[in-house]
Design a protein around this ligand. Sequence first.
Ligand code: HGY
Ligand code: MN
Ligand code: MN
Ligand code: MN
Length: 404
Amino acid sequence: MPDDFERMWADLAPVGRSSASGGYFRQPFLSAEVELRAWFAEQAAARDLTLTTDPVGNMAAWWRPAGVSGPGVLTGSHLDSVLDGGAYDGPLGVVSALAAVDVLRARGFVPSRPLGVSVFVEEEGSRFGLACLGSRLASGALAWSDALALADRDGVSLESALDRSGLGGPSYEPWDLASTISCFVELHVEQGRDLVDRGAAVGVGSGIWPHGRYRFDFTGVADHAGTTRMEDRADPMLTYAMTALAANKQARLGGGRATFGRIDVAPNGTNAIPSRVSAWLDARCDSEAALSSLVEEVTRMATERAGRDGTALAVTAESVSPAVGFDPALAAALAADHEEGDWPVIPTAAGHDAGILSVAGVPTAMLFVRNPTGVSHSPDEHASTPDCLVGVSALADVLERLAR
Ligand code: HGY
Ligand code: MN
Ligand code: MN
Ligand code: MN
């Protein structure tokens, strides 16, 4: 199996390129990610898994032995990436799920309920701005018309991007979760250092921190960068900069996490005071109360600063995800599932499709594989092959129990 996993990892060529070259290679959804989707379809066919693809491109490859039907055990992750992201966030969960099917078959295991491998699309929201777009649609949390209206930074709508990829359609039926999925398990590279600090190759997810994406629009007065006296300016870049400092300080004070990961400046010229600065805040806290008070405090400070700068501020909560607690029985079963004592049970502040399915009522669990540096959303993201193989074996064990 090790060579299977390593061969598959190498086969996922674009992914391998990123971990070797350290450069950006994986595009967001419906662009170069398309080659990874073709790879997944080949892997499913090579295992006689029945592949289904829904109108937005979510895929599920099912192992249904003769006479086996009804809701099944689904495991998988995503193949899209953040811009200049790493090789493991997403693909590790998909490759490990395929490898776990291989392990179960090598053991002579035959599931008595269907066993599926899934790929949900646009999990990072890197192209159309909404994280977990695919699983939100599949779970019915997002209306098709709202999704189709989303557009990327070039103004290309999801509707036309899907059309160009031979996907899409006039309507979208959410998955019938109750009759399709009995439970969902997502294996994921850890995005942090808990497992390194605890000396464990694998950990079990307890839940996902509440988190959100908030658009801050700072409006000022466009003017000449050189001729306008400092006291005569209404510079939105200044209000934005002070707000970024405030977000960092408030997050540190409250034990939360916050950054402005994206900024658009108009007109974006060196010698002009911008008329507008749009910036997107990513904020995450270990409780919903802490998250709302962090965002409220940053908004209050930004509004006060705008008053001093003569600029205006508008804040829009673009997407807010509630706290997610994974299925405790499933987590306990996962944690206790090996000889060297229990796997650590750890929270994550990263959003996942598992969180969306959990909110939709699907019993859900997550397995994390140690990441030596904890770095993620960067080409430096990494997991060692021995740790990945421990992850595959842990995943195979729990799938065997759940699909028995
Ligand atoms: O951004 C996140 O929380 C996750 O990595 N998609
Ligand atoms: Mn990610
Ligand atoms: Mn991910
Ligand atoms: Mn995910």
